[in-house]
Each structure stands twice: as C-alpha cells, then as structure tokens.
Design a protein around this ligand. Structure first.
Ligand code: 1HE
Length: 267
C-alpha cells in the first residue's frame, strides 16, 4: 500500500480484500499526535479500490494512550490559543468522521490501555474486538482537559451517559469484561487472538454487497437517531434502493436456486 502517504506512526498492509492499519508508535504507547491523526484521515478518506473492510490495531502493549499530551502543553491562555484548540479538536473530528462514515466497515482490535482519545478512536470504528488485556479509561478529568475527538457524542451512545460521567468524574476504568458487558466491544477474546478474529470478521463484512455495507454505515445510524416517522421512511427508501440493485438480485437468485449458504447457528 505504498501509494498512501502515511506518517511513520502508521503502517498499512493489504491482505486480499482487506487492509490492516497499525498504530505504530509503541514507544509512546501509540499516543496520537497531529501527524498521526492527519494520517488516519488521509487513509480512511482514500481507502484503495478493491479493499472491502479495514482492520485497525495497535503495536506494542497498548492499543492507544490517547491524545499526545505533548501537543497541548505549553499553551498560554489567550484567544489565539483558544481558537487553535477548537480547530485542533475539529481536526480530530474530521479524521474520525472519515472512519465512521467512510466507504468501508472498520474493525478495531483493542488491547491494553484504550484510554482518552484511544477510546474515542475505537468508538468511531464499527466493530470492536477486545482482548482480555484491554481496559478503558477517560482520564481527561485527571489531566484537566476534556474529550475532543468526538467521544462526547459517540461514547455515551455506546455505554450510556451515567457510565461516561462516572469514568470522567471518578477516574473509574473498565476491565475488558466490564467493557464487553457495557457495550464497548462486541467481541471479547483471549489475549493475542484479537487480530485473527478481527481479520476473520473484516473478511466476512467485505463479502457483503457494497450497497448493503453503505446502508449499514451511512443510513442505519441516521435512521436510528431520526424521529420514527423519518426513520421508517428512510428505511423504506434505502430498502428499495438496495433490493433493486443488480448485485442484490443476483444474490437473491443464488439463494432461491440453492446456490447460497444457509444461515446457521455460530455464524
Ligand atoms: C505519552 C502518552 C500520552 C504515554 N501523551 N506521551 N492519555 C492519558 O492520560 C494516558 C497517559 N498514559 C498512561 O497512563 C500510560 O502511559 C499508559 C497506561 C498508557 C502506558 O503505561 P506504560 O507504563 O506502559 O508506559 P509509560 O512509561 O507510561 O509511557 C511510555 C512513554 O510514552 C513515555 O514517554 P518516555 O519518553 O518517558 O518514554 C510516556 O510519557 C509516553 N506516553 N502516554 C504523550 N498520552 C482529542 S482529546 C483526547 C483527550 C485524551 O486523550 S486525554 C487522555 C490522555
């Protein structure tokens, strides 16, 4: 994947119809500096043709230590710095927006610390596979800062406002089991098995009709948050667009002609 211009803190490889993107700054526990966040944006804006899903994981003992705190220290209180701070947060928003509302499904592998901006990053992915070593924290309160990567919007939708407030006010961390129960990760696997599981899930997602994946990524979250009347109408429109597409017609025929796999337990 040499054609994508990535910083040294990100490494991308291609395995057939999936791409694997690794946070590669383990000396700093994959803390996200501006260069890395901009690199994430470029990667997800321009996922190469033929890639049907992306796996995002982290090098070293932790998925991600969040915002590189060196990027925000030494900023005297001034209107100029206030404005810079707003733009900085919006830069994160744009990058994570490209992940959540990009072209393909994104499966993340969570292990070790998944904290602050690291949890915000994970929350922008569609499927999260946690290893038993994972733990989750929002230490912004302890650092005197606030969420800035869209976590205020995404994390309460995943685990509920009261738990987010508890984590931010008291410094509570959640274990991998607690995170799984609360809804942070959809999967929980033994340590060391996350990447293989995520690759298998990404392969599965990449085999779907691209238009269905488009609907799941772009239409479903909007429908889920719309007023019911708008939601029902949007669903009907999306359903009609999907089912009349040639690929859907072909897949429907394959099932009816007994050439497609049945749905079985454990799938
Ligand atoms: C960092 C960062 C960082 C590590 N920014 N440099 N995030 C936090 O408040 C989490 C802060 N980090 C930690 O609590 C710990 O580093 C970890 C639990 C993640 C890992 O511990 P450990 O013992 O494996 O590593 P370490 O020795 O603490 O860190 C290794 C190096 O990474 C060390 O630098 P070195 O030069 O001394 O080797 C650390 O300083 C460095 N490092 N984390 C900068 N975050 C858009 S708003 C989002 C707001 C937030 O994300 S707030 C949460 C910030």
């Amino acid at each position: 994947m040499a054609d994508i211009n990535l910083p040294a803190t990100l490494a991308a490889t291609r395995e057939g119809d999936i791409a694997i993107l690794r946070l590669s700054r383990s000396a700093k526990r994959n803390a996200l500096d501006d260069e890395t966040v901009r690199g994430l944006r470029r990667f997800f804006m321009d996922v190469p043709e033929g890639v049907g899903a992306v796996v995002l994981h982290g090098e070293g003992p932790h998925f991600c230590a969040g915002l590189d705190l060196g990027e925000v220290v030494d900023q005297p209180d001034s209107p100029t710095n206030l404005h810079k701070g707003i733009l900085h947060s919006q830069m994160w928003h744009r990058a994570f927006h490209e992940i959540q509302f990009g072209r393909v499904p994104v499966v993340s592998v969570l292990h070790g610390a998944v904290v602050g901006g690291g949890l915000e990053l994970a929350a922008a992915t569609h499927v999260r596979v946690a290893e038993h070593s994972a733990y989750y924290g929002l230490p912004e309160g302890q650092r005197g800062i606030f969420l800035g990567g869209g976590g205020s919007v995404r994390i309460p939708r995943l685990i509920g406002l009261p738990l987010v407030q508890d984590m931010m006010l008291t410094g509570r961390t959640l274990s991998a089991d607690e995170g799984f129960a609360a809804g942070i990760s959809q999967y929980l696997v033994p340590s060391g098995e996350g990447l293989a599981k995520a690759i298998a899930l990404a392969r599965q997602a990449a085999r779907n009709a691209p238009l269905t994946n488009f609907a799941v990524i772009h239409a479903l979250p909007r429908i889920a948050e719309a007023d019911p009347a708008t939601g029902f109408l949007t669903e009907s429109l999306m359903a009609a667009i999907a089912e009349t597409a040639p690929e859907a017609q072909q897949r429907l025929r394959e099932f009816l002609e007994k050439r497609a796999a049945k749905i079985t337990p454990g799938g």
